[in-house]
Design a protein around this ligand. Structure first.
Ligand code: PLP
Length: 394
C-alpha cells in the first residue's frame, strides 16, 4: 500500500541507526556506553509518584477537560507569574501530552501550506519534521559556533520573507546547551515585532542551568513580546518526568483555543493521573530532589567538558544548561582519516563501544552530541575511550 506523501517526506532519525547498532553490540555482550540519552537518568521524585498513586486510588482515572484540568492550568499560571512575572488567564493555557505534542499541535493550527518557520541551527530534530507535517517550510539560520551557537539580529532579518510566520527560540538549547541573554533576546524580539512574527519559545530546559546566568523568557521583555509569544514548557526535564507526558503551551487565546479544539479530536486530554503528578510537581516545591539532580548535572558538565576538550582535535562551546555537550570534532575526524563525522561516530562505536549522536541530524555536521545524563564513571570511561580512539588513529 502506498503511504501518505506526508510520511514519505519525513527524514528518518539519524539517532536511530546508531542506537540500533549500539543495541545490537550490547546484545552481543559488548560493554557499550551510550551517550545518546535525551532524558534525565534520575527517577521521578517519590512525592510526585505518591500524588499519582493517590489520584488513582481516588478514582481520578477518567477523561479530563481537553486542555487540561483547571487546577493544573492554575498551577502553570502561578508558575509563570512567580518565575517570569507574566500574567495569563486559564484561556491562555493548554496542557498537552508532552511539550512535543504542544509543538505539534501549535504548528498544525498556525501553518498554511508553504508558510515559513525560522529555525536556528543546530536545532532539536523534531522541529523541521513537525513543521513539514503541518505543510510548512522550515527555514534554517546557521547559528555560528564562533557566535556561541546563537543567531544574530542581522541573520534573522536576512532570513525573513513575506511567507515567514514564526521563529523558534530554544533556550537553553538542545543540542548545544547555550542560552540567549536578555540583551540578545531583546535584539531578536525587536525584529520579530517589526515583522509581526510569532515567537515560539521552547523553554523545556529552563530549570537546568548550571551557571549564575538567569533564564529569561522573551515573553517577559515587553507587553508586545508577550502577546507575540507562545511559551512551550513541561515537566519532562525539570522534574525527571519524561514518561509521564505532560507539557503545555501558554499565550494568545485564539491560538490556544484552536489547539484545544484540535486536541479534543486527537488526544482528548493528557493522562489524568499524569496531570495529578504534574500538579504536585508545580504546587509542592520540594527543592531537594531537584537540586540534587542539578548538582549532579553541574559536576558532570564541568568535569566532562575538561576531559573532552583535552582530547586533540576536539573543541567545544561550553554549555550553560540542558544536559548535552556539542563538541566540534572536525579536526579530530580529519586527523583520524575519516571523511565524515558520521563515519567517525560509527567507527568509534564499533571499536571503542561508545555511542555518540552525529551532529548532522541537528543541522550541524561537524559536531557530535554527547549527553551527560549518565553517571560520572561512565562519562570518564567514555571520554578515555574517545581519547584512545583519536590518538590511535593518527
Ligand atoms: N523541546 C526540546 C528542545 C526537547 O529536547 C524535547 C525533548 O527532548 C522536547 C521539546 C519535548 O519534551 P517532552 O518530553 O515534554 O515532549
Amino acid at each position: 500500500m502506498k503511504l501518505a506523501d506526508r510520511v514519505n517526506a519525513l527524514t528518518p532519525s539519524t539517532t536511530l541507526a546508531i542506537t540500533a547498532k549500539a543495541k545490537s553490540l550490547k546484545n552481543e555482550g559488548h560493554d557499550v556506553i551510550g551517550l545518546g540519552a535525551g532524558e534525565p537518568d534520575f527517577n521521578t521524585p517519590s512525592y510526585i509518584l505518591d500524588a499519582a498513586k493517590e489520584a488513582m486510588d481516588q478514582g481520578f482515572t477518567k477523561y479530563t477537560a481537553s486542555g487540561g484540568t483547571l487546577e493544573l492550568k492554575q498551577a502553570i499560571i502561578d508558575k509563570m507569574k512567580s518565575d517570569h512575572a507574566l500574567n495569563y488567564t486559564e484561556k491562555e493555557v493548554i496542557v498537552t501530552t508532552g511539550a512535543k505534542h504542544a509543538l505539534y499541535t501549535l504548528f498544525q493550527v498556525i501553518l498554511n501550506p508553504d508558510d515559513e518557520v525560522i529555525i536556528p541551527a543546530p536545532y532539536w530534530v523534531s522541529y523541521p519534521e513537525q513543521i513539514k507535517l503541518a505543510q510548512g517550510q522550515p527555514v534554517f539560520v546557521n547559528a555560528e559556533e564562533q557566535n556561541n551557537f546563537k543567531i544574530t539580529r542581522e541573520q534573522l532579518q536576512q532570513a525573513i520573507t513575506e511567507k515567514t510566520k514564526a521563529i523558534i527560540i530554544n533556550s537553553p538549547s538542545n543540542p548545544t546547551g547555550v542560552m540567549y541573554s536578555k540583551e540578545e533576546l531583546e535584539a531578536l524580539g525587536e525584529v520579530c515585532l517589526e515583522h509581526g512574527l510569532l515567537i515560539i519559545s521552547d523553554e523545556i530546559y529552563e530549570k537546568l542551568i548550571y551557571t549564575q546566568d538567569k533564564h529569561v523568557s522573551i515573553a517577559q521583555l515587553s507587553k508586545d513580546l508577550k502577546e507575540q509569544t507562545i511559551i512551550i514548557n513541561g515537566v519532562s526535564k525539570s522534574h525527571a518526568m519524561t514518561g509521564w507526558r505532560i507539557g503545555y503551551a501558554v499565550g494568545n487565546q485564539k491560538i490556544i483555543q484552536a489547539m484545544t479544539n484540535l486536541a479534543s479530536h486527537s488526544t482528548s486530554n493528557p493522562t489524568s493521573i499524569a496531570q495529578a503528578a504534574a500538579l504536585k510537581a508545580y504546587t509542592d516545591s520540594r527543592e531537594q530532589a531537584l537540586s540534587e539532580m542539578k548538582a549532579a548535572f553541574t559536576q558532570r558538565l564541568n568535569t566532562t567538558y575538561e576531559w573532552l576538550t583535552a582530547i586533540p582535535g576536539i573543541t567545544c562551546v561550553k554549555p550553560k544548561g540542558a544536559f548535552y555537550l556539542f563538541p566540534n570534532v572536525k579536526q579530530a575526524v580529519e586527523m583520524n582519516g575519516f571523511d565524515s563525522v558520521d563515519a567517525w561516530v560509527e567507527a568509534l562505536l564499533e571499536e571503542e563501544k561508545v555511542a555518540l549522536v552525529p551532529g548532522s541530524g541537528f543541522g550541524s555536521p561537524n559536531n557530535v552530541r554527547l549527553s551527560y545524563a549518565t553517571g560520572l564513571d561512565q562519562l570518564e570511561e567514555a571520554t578515555k575511550r574517545i581519547q584512545h580512539f583519536v590518538e590511535t588513529h593518527q
